[in-house]
Write a protein that binds this ligand. Structure first.
Ligand code: PGA
Length: 253
Protein backbone atom coordinates (compact mmCIF):
# COMPACT_ATOMS: atom_id res chain seq x y z
CA UNK A 1 0.00 0.00 0.00
CA UNK A 2 1.42 3.38 -0.95
CA UNK A 3 0.83 6.51 1.09
CA UNK A 4 -1.51 7.63 -1.69
CA UNK A 5 -3.87 4.82 -0.62
CA UNK A 6 -3.88 5.91 3.01
CA UNK A 7 -7.24 7.44 3.95
CA UNK A 8 -6.85 11.03 5.17
CA UNK A 9 -9.51 12.53 7.45
CA UNK A 10 -11.48 15.26 5.65
CA UNK A 11 -10.37 18.18 7.72
CA UNK A 12 -6.82 16.99 8.39
CA UNK A 13 -5.39 18.45 5.20
CA UNK A 14 -6.74 20.33 2.17
CA UNK A 15 -6.77 18.33 -1.06
CA UNK A 16 -5.23 19.69 -4.22
CA UNK A 17 -6.30 17.75 -7.30
CA UNK A 18 -4.69 18.53 -10.65
CA UNK A 19 -6.81 17.78 -13.70
CA UNK A 20 -4.42 17.69 -16.62
CA UNK A 21 -7.25 17.31 -19.15
CA UNK A 22 -5.79 16.50 -22.64
CA UNK A 23 -2.34 17.73 -21.66
CA UNK A 24 0.84 16.31 -20.16
CA UNK A 25 3.51 13.79 -21.00
CA UNK A 26 5.82 11.33 -19.28
CA UNK A 27 8.25 14.26 -18.99
CA UNK A 28 5.59 16.22 -17.10
CA UNK A 29 5.26 13.28 -14.69
CA UNK A 30 9.02 13.13 -14.24
CA UNK A 31 8.94 16.84 -13.40
CA UNK A 32 6.75 15.97 -10.38
CA UNK A 33 9.16 13.47 -8.84
CA UNK A 34 10.77 16.06 -6.54
CA UNK A 35 7.37 17.29 -5.37
CA UNK A 36 6.34 13.68 -4.83
CA UNK A 37 9.31 13.18 -2.50
CA UNK A 38 8.31 16.29 -0.53
CA UNK A 39 4.61 15.47 -0.57
CA UNK A 40 4.48 13.48 2.67
CA UNK A 41 5.89 16.42 4.57
CA UNK A 42 3.40 18.92 3.12
CA UNK A 43 0.20 19.85 5.00
CA UNK A 44 -1.85 19.11 1.86
CA UNK A 45 -2.89 15.92 0.04
CA UNK A 46 -1.90 15.99 -3.63
CA UNK A 47 -3.42 14.15 -6.57
CA UNK A 48 -3.13 14.34 -10.34
CA UNK A 49 -5.56 13.17 -13.02
CA UNK A 50 -3.43 12.74 -16.14
CA UNK A 51 -4.81 11.49 -19.47
CA UNK A 52 -5.63 7.77 -19.25
CA UNK A 53 -2.58 6.82 -21.31
CA UNK A 54 -0.32 8.29 -18.60
CA UNK A 55 -1.95 6.73 -15.53
CA UNK A 56 0.36 3.70 -15.46
CA UNK A 57 3.48 5.85 -15.93
CA UNK A 58 2.34 8.18 -13.15
CA UNK A 59 1.68 5.26 -10.85
CA UNK A 60 5.13 3.84 -11.57
CA UNK A 61 6.98 7.11 -10.91
CA UNK A 62 4.97 8.71 -8.08
CA UNK A 63 4.30 7.31 -4.62
CA UNK A 64 2.81 10.03 -2.42
CA UNK A 65 0.80 11.87 -5.07
CA UNK A 66 -2.47 10.04 -5.67
CA UNK A 67 -3.40 9.18 -9.26
CA UNK A 68 -6.92 9.54 -10.64
CA UNK A 69 -8.70 9.06 -13.95
CA UNK A 70 -10.51 11.97 -15.60
CA UNK A 71 -13.65 10.00 -16.42
CA UNK A 72 -14.84 6.41 -16.75
CA UNK A 73 -17.73 4.80 -18.62
CA UNK A 74 -20.90 3.76 -16.81
CA UNK A 75 -20.71 0.20 -18.12
CA UNK A 76 -18.07 -2.18 -16.77
CA UNK A 77 -17.11 -3.15 -20.34
CA UNK A 78 -18.59 -3.34 -23.81
CA UNK A 79 -18.51 -1.95 -27.36
CA UNK A 80 -17.66 1.66 -26.48
CA UNK A 81 -14.85 2.70 -28.80
CA UNK A 82 -12.62 5.35 -27.28
CA UNK A 83 -14.04 5.02 -23.77
CA UNK A 84 -12.18 3.93 -20.62
CA UNK A 85 -13.76 1.55 -18.12
CA UNK A 86 -13.35 1.95 -14.38
CA UNK A 87 -11.70 -1.47 -14.23
CA UNK A 88 -9.10 -0.47 -16.83
CA UNK A 89 -8.36 2.78 -15.00
CA UNK A 90 -7.95 0.88 -11.74
CA UNK A 91 -5.71 -1.73 -13.38
CA UNK A 92 -3.52 1.07 -14.76
CA UNK A 93 -3.07 2.42 -11.23
CA UNK A 94 -5.81 4.99 -10.61
CA UNK A 95 -7.30 4.98 -7.13
CA UNK A 96 -10.11 7.40 -7.93
CA UNK A 97 -11.86 9.03 -10.86
CA UNK A 98 -13.45 12.34 -11.66
CA UNK A 99 -17.06 11.92 -12.78
CA UNK A 100 -19.35 14.56 -14.25
CA UNK A 101 -16.76 17.15 -15.22
CA UNK A 102 -18.50 19.76 -17.36
CA UNK A 103 -16.06 19.19 -20.24
CA UNK A 104 -16.84 15.44 -20.21
CA UNK A 105 -20.54 16.22 -20.02
CA UNK A 106 -20.26 18.50 -23.06
CA UNK A 107 -18.80 15.58 -25.01
CA UNK A 108 -21.01 12.69 -23.86
CA UNK A 109 -24.22 14.46 -22.72
CA UNK A 110 -24.90 12.07 -19.82
CA UNK A 111 -28.32 11.96 -18.18
CA UNK A 112 -28.43 11.97 -14.37
CA UNK A 113 -29.04 8.20 -14.62
CA UNK A 114 -25.90 7.83 -16.75
CA UNK A 115 -23.87 9.73 -14.12
CA UNK A 116 -25.33 7.56 -11.36
CA UNK A 117 -24.27 4.48 -13.36
CA UNK A 118 -20.76 5.88 -13.71
CA UNK A 119 -20.56 6.44 -9.95
CA UNK A 120 -21.78 2.92 -9.18
CA UNK A 121 -19.48 1.28 -11.73
CA UNK A 122 -16.45 3.22 -10.53
CA UNK A 123 -17.07 2.31 -6.90
CA UNK A 124 -17.62 -1.36 -7.85
CA UNK A 125 -14.28 -1.37 -9.67
CA UNK A 126 -12.55 -0.07 -6.53
CA UNK A 127 -12.17 3.56 -7.57
CA UNK A 128 -13.14 6.38 -5.23
CA UNK A 129 -15.23 9.10 -6.89
CA UNK A 130 -14.72 12.85 -7.22
CA UNK A 131 -18.11 14.03 -8.48
CA UNK A 132 -18.26 17.45 -10.16
CA UNK A 133 -21.52 19.32 -9.79
CA UNK A 134 -22.74 22.80 -10.67
CA UNK A 135 -25.28 23.13 -7.87
CA UNK A 136 -27.38 21.24 -5.33
CA UNK A 137 -30.05 20.15 -7.83
CA UNK A 138 -27.32 18.64 -10.01
CA UNK A 139 -25.90 16.77 -7.00
CA UNK A 140 -29.23 15.35 -5.90
CA UNK A 141 -30.20 14.38 -9.47
CA UNK A 142 -27.22 12.15 -10.12
CA UNK A 143 -25.97 10.92 -6.73
CA UNK A 144 -27.37 7.49 -5.82
CA UNK A 145 -28.58 7.63 -2.20
CA UNK A 146 -26.89 4.27 -1.54
CA UNK A 147 -23.45 5.60 -2.54
CA UNK A 148 -20.61 4.53 -0.23
CA UNK A 149 -20.12 8.10 0.96
CA UNK A 150 -16.79 7.44 2.65
CA UNK A 151 -15.40 6.90 -0.87
CA UNK A 152 -16.90 10.07 -2.31
CA UNK A 153 -15.68 13.64 -2.76
CA UNK A 154 -17.64 16.46 -4.37
CA UNK A 155 -16.27 19.32 -6.46
CA UNK A 156 -18.37 22.44 -6.84
CA UNK A 157 -17.49 23.64 -10.33
CA UNK A 158 -19.49 26.58 -11.69
CA UNK A 159 -19.35 25.97 -15.49
CA UNK A 160 -18.76 29.65 -16.21
CA UNK A 161 -15.59 29.68 -14.08
CA UNK A 162 -13.95 26.65 -15.70
CA UNK A 163 -11.39 27.91 -18.17
CA UNK A 164 -12.43 31.48 -17.31
CA UNK A 165 -10.47 34.47 -16.10
CA UNK A 166 -11.74 34.53 -12.52
CA UNK A 167 -12.70 32.02 -9.88
CA UNK A 168 -16.11 32.40 -8.28
CA UNK A 169 -16.22 34.99 -5.48
CA UNK A 170 -15.42 33.54 -2.04
CA UNK A 171 -18.93 34.37 -0.79
CA UNK A 172 -20.45 32.39 -3.68
CA UNK A 173 -18.14 29.45 -3.02
CA UNK A 174 -18.95 29.46 0.71
CA UNK A 175 -22.70 29.68 0.13
CA UNK A 176 -22.68 26.82 -2.38
CA UNK A 177 -20.45 24.62 -0.22
CA UNK A 178 -22.82 25.21 2.70
CA UNK A 179 -25.79 24.28 0.53
CA UNK A 180 -24.04 21.15 -0.76
CA UNK A 181 -23.07 20.13 2.80
CA UNK A 182 -26.71 20.56 3.90
CA UNK A 183 -27.91 18.50 0.93
CA UNK A 184 -25.44 15.72 1.78
CA UNK A 185 -26.72 15.78 5.37
CA UNK A 186 -30.30 15.22 4.14
CA UNK A 187 -29.03 12.03 2.50
CA UNK A 188 -26.71 10.68 5.15
CA UNK A 189 -27.04 12.74 8.32
CA UNK A 190 -23.91 13.53 10.31
CA UNK A 191 -21.88 10.99 8.34
CA UNK A 192 -22.04 13.37 5.38
CA UNK A 193 -19.70 15.62 7.30
CA UNK A 194 -16.86 13.34 6.22
CA UNK A 195 -17.42 13.95 2.49
CA UNK A 196 -14.80 16.45 1.24
CA UNK A 197 -16.16 19.30 -0.89
CA UNK A 198 -13.64 20.89 -3.27
CA UNK A 199 -13.93 24.00 -5.39
CA UNK A 200 -12.85 24.08 -9.04
CA UNK A 201 -12.77 26.80 -11.71
CA UNK A 202 -9.94 29.24 -12.52
CA UNK A 203 -7.98 28.54 -9.33
CA UNK A 204 -4.40 29.78 -9.53
CA UNK A 205 -1.52 30.43 -7.16
CA UNK A 206 -2.86 33.92 -6.46
CA UNK A 207 -6.30 32.74 -5.37
CA UNK A 208 -5.77 29.27 -3.92
CA UNK A 209 -4.98 30.25 -0.34
CA UNK A 210 -8.06 32.46 0.08
CA UNK A 211 -10.34 29.80 -1.42
CA UNK A 212 -8.87 27.08 0.80
CA UNK A 213 -9.30 29.31 3.85
CA UNK A 214 -13.06 29.63 3.24
CA UNK A 215 -15.30 27.60 5.56
CA UNK A 216 -16.45 24.24 4.14
CA UNK A 217 -13.79 24.26 1.39
CA UNK A 218 -11.82 21.04 1.73
CA UNK A 219 -9.70 21.36 -1.37
CA UNK A 220 -9.37 22.64 -4.92
CA UNK A 221 -9.59 21.08 -8.36
CA UNK A 222 -7.08 22.74 -10.66
CA UNK A 223 -7.00 22.78 -14.46
CA UNK A 224 -4.65 25.18 -16.24
CA UNK A 225 -2.56 26.04 -13.19
CA UNK A 226 -1.58 22.39 -12.70
CA UNK A 227 0.91 22.39 -15.61
CA UNK A 228 3.81 22.88 -15.97
CA UNK A 229 5.21 21.50 -12.71
CA UNK A 230 6.69 24.88 -11.70
CA UNK A 231 3.25 26.53 -11.92
CA UNK A 232 1.73 23.70 -9.91
CA UNK A 233 4.51 23.96 -7.31
CA UNK A 234 3.81 27.69 -6.94
CA UNK A 235 0.15 26.93 -6.34
CA UNK A 236 0.94 24.19 -3.81
CA UNK A 237 3.31 26.54 -1.99
CA UNK A 238 0.63 29.26 -1.90
CA UNK A 239 -1.96 26.76 -0.70
CA UNK A 240 0.21 25.45 2.10
CA UNK A 241 0.34 28.93 3.59
CA UNK A 242 -3.34 28.53 4.47
CA UNK A 243 -3.00 24.97 5.76
CA UNK A 244 -2.36 24.27 9.41
CA UNK A 245 0.88 22.32 9.95
CA UNK A 246 0.08 18.66 10.11
CA UNK A 247 0.91 17.08 13.46
CA UNK A 248 3.53 14.42 12.92
CA UNK A 249 1.16 11.82 14.34
CA UNK A 250 -1.26 12.49 11.47
CA UNK A 251 1.28 12.15 8.70
CA UNK A 252 0.50 9.21 6.44
CA UNK A 253 2.76 6.28 7.42
P1 PGA B 1 -9.36 25.60 -14.81
O1 PGA B 1 -10.12 24.20 -14.90
O2 PGA B 1 -8.62 25.61 -13.49
O3 PGA B 1 -8.47 25.63 -15.99
O4 PGA B 1 -10.42 26.67 -14.85
C1 PGA B 1 -10.74 23.71 -13.75
C2 PGA B 1 -11.44 22.41 -14.04
O5 PGA B 1 -11.71 22.12 -15.19
O6 PGA B 1 -11.71 21.66 -13.11
Amino acid sequence: MSVADTPVPRRAVPRIVANWKMRGSTAAIDALVDMDRRAVTLPVALAICPPATLIAAARARLAAIAIGAQDVHGAPDGPFTGAISAGLAAEAGATFTIIGHVESRARTHPTPADLAAQIRTALSAGLDVLLCVGDVADLLACLPADTAFHRLSIAYEPPWAIGGADAAPIATISAMHDALRTALATLWGDAADDVPILYGGAVDAGGAAAILAAPQVDGVLIGRASLPAATFAALVDAATVSAAPLPLTELPA
